[in-house]
Design a protein around this ligand. Structure first.
Ligand SMILES: CC(C)[C@H](C(=O)O)[C@@H](O)C(=O)O
Ligand code: SF4
Length: 463
């Protein structure tokens, strides 16, 4: 009578300390340029080696430019971070997919797509969106830099066991509703702190019906409601996606792994610390109207009135709307926008580009919109070309950029100017997230595509 989480967790417990802290074994460690320099520095200072270098994969993603990657990075801070990761990886003997490497991309896009992420694993990275990998039936969560150092040195970290929560989404989604809409809906109901302290398993008919990439989108956003991580039990969808990928087990090893992976589901009588149920029929295309991912609404609705917010939160609510330049009670549809960003570890995968391209086919980009279409990895970029999506996009007036985190957090040059509105398929709409003063409206790839061709917030179901 165990949950999926417990089954995987228990297999990875090395030791339990007197105070209940667990020493947890880590199967896979992803490492990017932002949160790793001090960790490598710490190893060097203590004269330590990386204990199991083959279990860490490094790549720069946050600071990479999305144009002219063939040339040295111009920004000295970004260049230094990227160069530091390259030299650390070389010094410590870790696999490194640098800029220009055809396997480079956003780490949370690359891990699943090359099969480095697998069911039943424990996976960490010095990055909050590590929760993405849980979509493949793994325990995956973000860690701090001191834990990055610990992982490099020992392949273990110390953790408190989180509480478990199951979020069931019953029923069937309506047409035009994407995985991003499901996730934004869940966060709008849960609020940004609603899952704090919990590890979430997503279940139910609507979740089972999602593709592998849609699950990655949903689990990616778990962190935005405070969850430690999110996961989906692996099934045929997962196995089919994994089979034949570079790091996936092959031949007899595959059969052995598959037999084990099939046991990875919560038992019928498993007990969760908290159970929540939503209905897919209640979900419509979503957008955010405020400055945290919990401030989401159905696209056909009106921005919540001041009175609908509890009194203690009204000042911060008003501040968020002022930042966005929106009024309580007004409809959000029809609002003029300036930028569209398709990309990030939330929605930068091939299915997102297919959805976007399919939608804009035969239409034209609105003149008032600057669109940044940024594939999540070089693998995605190649697939876009192979499928001829680039031709469709070009005909509709769009152009593609090179892979990286890009405008998701604007650590590179892709910054939305102050006061401008960006409909963004990324995961955070905090003040200044996409550039100082930038205003972010989070949405899925279809809402982004509808905004790109109309220049306004538009319900994609109406086009
Ligand atoms: C830079 C990194 C530490 C950060 C994270 O942890 O999520 C970033 O990826 C983000 O999305 O804000
Ligand atoms: S794409 Fe965005 S959310 Fe994902 S790792 Fe990069 S900065 Fe973080």
């Amino acid at each position: 009578m165990n949950t999926l989480f417990e089954k995987i967790w228990d297999k990875h417990v090395v030791d339990t300390l007197a105070d209940g802290t667990i020493q947890l074994y880590i199967d896979r460690h992803f490492c990017h340029e932002v949160t790793s320099p001090q960790a490598f520095g710490g190893l060097r200072a203590r004269g330590l080696k990386v204990f199991r270098p083959e279990q860490t994969l490094c790549m720069p993603d946050h600071n990479v430019p999305t144009l002219k990657q063939e040339f040295p990075i111009e920004d000295p801070i970004s260049k230094n971070q990227v160069d530091t990761l390259a030299s650390n990886a070389q010094e410590f003997g870790i696999t490194y997919y640098g800029i220009g490497n055809n396997k480079n991309g956003i780490i949370h896009v690359v891990g699943p797509e090359n099969g480095y992420t697998q069911p039943g694993m424990t996976i960490v990275c010095g990055d909050s969106h590590t929760s993405t990998h849980g979509a493949m039936g793994a325990i995956a969560f973000g860690i701090g830099t001191s834990e990055v150092e610990m992982t490099l040195a020992t392949q273990c970290i110390f953790q408190r066991k989180p509480k478990t929560m199951r979020i069931t989404v019953d029923g069937k989604r309506k047409p035009g509703v994407t995985a991003k809409d499901i996730a934004l809906y869940i966060i709008s109901q849960m609020t940004t702190g609603g899952a704090t302290g919990y590890f979430v398993e997503y279940a139910g008919e609507a979740i089972r019906a999602t593709s592998m990439e849609e699950r990655l989108t949903i689990c990616n956003l778990s962190i935005e409601m405070g969850a430690r991580g999110g996961m989906v039990a692996p099934d045929e969808t997962t196995f089919e996606y994994l089979k034949g990928r570079e790091f996936a087990p092959k031949g007899e090893e595959w059969e052995k792994a598959l037999a084990y992976w099939k046991t990875l589901k919560s038992d019928e009588d498993a007990v969760f610390d908290k159970e929540i149920v939503y209905h897919a029929e209640d979900i419509e295309p979503m957008v955010t109207y405020g400055t945290n991912p919990g401030m989401g609404m159905g696209i056909s609705g009106t921005i919540p009135s001041l009175e609908s917010v509890d009194e203690a939160s009204r000042i911060s609510y008003k501040k968020a709307l002022d930042y966005m330049g929106f009024q309580p009670g007004e409809p959000i549809q029809g609002k003029s926008i300036d930028y569209v960003f398709l990309g990030s570890c939330t929605n930068g995968r091939i299915e997102d580009f297919r959805a976007f391209a399919h939608f804009v086919k035969g239409k034209k980009k609105a003149d008032n919109v600057i669109a940044w279409l940024v594939p999540g990895s070089w693998n995605v970029a190649r697939q876009i070309k192979e499928e001829g999506l680039d031709v469709i996009l070009t005909e509709a007036g769009f152009s593609l950029r090179q892979p990286g985190c890009s405008a998701c957090l604007a650590m590179n040059d892709d910054k939305v100017p102050a006061g401008k509105y960006a409909v963004s398929t990324s995961n955070r709409n905090f003040e200044g997230r996409q550039g100082p003063g930038a205003r972010t409206i989070l949405a899925g790839p279809l809402v982004a595509a509808a905004a790109a061709v109309t220049g306004k917030i538009t319900d994609p179901r109406t086009l």
